[in-house]
Design a protein around this ligand. Structure first.
Ligand code: 5AD
Ligand code: FES
Length: 349
């Protein structure tokens, strides 16, 4: 009975809020069908290729106090670190030799990294590795700053919107943060020609199934190049320590719905999904994801970038993670590739 709705979505027709809600509420019945069609949609644009992005978590200082996040300013238990520009550039060099052709520079909102410093880092990586994509994930900055970094050579920017509901946003963030400002940043990034990634946590406190139906309509309208979703996982030193976390079954079902809603989107199977379920990333790929983001940060800082409890892969060297991921991906019938993996809206099959 719900197959008709999945078929409708797969034929690129738009679903209404109520239709998405029906699917979400009845996901157990329709999950296998949704994931088979999501895989077919992914295959049409990207074949069986899974792209890898080398994640460099270069600072865990952050001026914000998001209620869910382990590196929030108010958490005095965090051992704070900053990688210096030379260290970040060296990390990218190591990554390049391991086969990475996309680097994601991610950090908390840390004013130590001025536009000048960041532009220098970006242009050095761009100069050293002309065939690579550079992705930034530095939170909210001014339009001018985004422009400077774009001109320095950044191609992509990840800024999760966290929720498309203003009232829900306000239950996840303190008054000093604003939903409108976040959306404005995303619009600025798009206008400046970045490939833009947005996203949200699944099962964040106060999130309802109706919110999730709204998320899918929001994504359809915004048409981002990338969508990062992962389960909310409580962190012991945050105000949300006692809240329950998101589930892998809901996250993987949403991955299928996102793939069917935006067939061309770049869709990571996230580390958070691999953290709550040992086969989470593989199941994410089976549900339609096509990106993995292993950690390239120096091993001695990895345990300090704990957005949530029990994060995986904080002890392994990058080379170990690559071997491990290659084997894991093979079990899904897909294959890790090492090209830049740009967004495309031209089918290859
Ligand atoms: N659980 C899961 N994801 C989290 N993030 C931050 N804190 C948590 C948490 N406790 C996600 C947010 C942020 C991204 C970098 O990590 O969505 O945008
Ligand atoms: Fe890091 Fe498996 S991906 S150890």
């Amino acid at each position: 009975m719900y197959k008709g709705l999945i078929d409708k979505l797969a034929s690129r027709a738009e679903l209404s809020h109520d239709e998405y809600l029906t699917l979400i509420r009845n996901r157990d019945e329709i999950r296998d069908y949704a994931s088979a069609l999501a895989r077919a949609a992914r295959h049409q644009y990207y074949g069986d290729r899974i792209y890898i992005r080398g994640l460099i978590e270069f600072t865990n200082y952050c001026k914000n106090n998001c209620y869910y996040c382990g590196i929030r300013a108010g958490n005095s238990n965090v051992d704070r670190y900053r990688l210096m520009p030379e260290d970040i550039i060296a990390c990218a060099d190591v990554g390049y030799d391991l086969g990475f052709r996309t680097f994601v520079l991610q950090g908390g909102e840390d004013s130590f990294y001025t536009d000048t410093i960041l532009a220098r880092i970006v242009s050095s990586i761009r100069k050293n590795h002309a065939d690579c994509a550079i992705t930034l994930s530095l939170g909210e900055r001014s339009r001018k700053s985004y422009q400077i970094l774009r001109e320095a050579g950044a191609d992509r920017y990840l800024l999760r919107h966290e929720t498309c509901s203003k009232t829900h946003y306000e239950t996840l963030h303190p008054d000093s943060m604003s939903f409108e400002r976040r959306i404005q940043c995303i619009c600025d990034l798009k206008e400046l020609g970045y490939q833009v990634g947005v996203g949200f946590m699944v099962g964040s406190p106060n999130q309802t199934e109706k919110h999730l139906a709204e998320e899918l309509l929001f994504l359809k309208k915004l048409k981002p190049h990338m969508v990062g979703i992962g389960p909310f996982i409580p962190h012991k030193d945050t105000p949300f320590r006692d809240e329950s976390g998101g589930t892998s079954e809901l996250t993987t079902f949403l991955l299928s719905l996102i793939r069917l809603t935006l067939p061309e989107v770049l869709l990571p199977a996230t580390t958070a999904l691999g953290t709550i379920d040992p086969l989470g990333r593989e199941n994410g790929i089976r549900a339609g994801a096509n990106v993995l983001m292993p950690n390239l940060s120096p091993v001695d800082v990895r345990k300090k970038y704990m957005l949530y409890d029990n994060k995986i892969c904080t002890g392994e060297e990058a080379a170990q993670c690559i071997t491990c991921l290659k084997n894991r991906v093979r079990t899904t019938g897909c294959e890790i590739v090492t090209d830049r993996g740009d967004y495309t809206d031209v089918p290859c099959h």
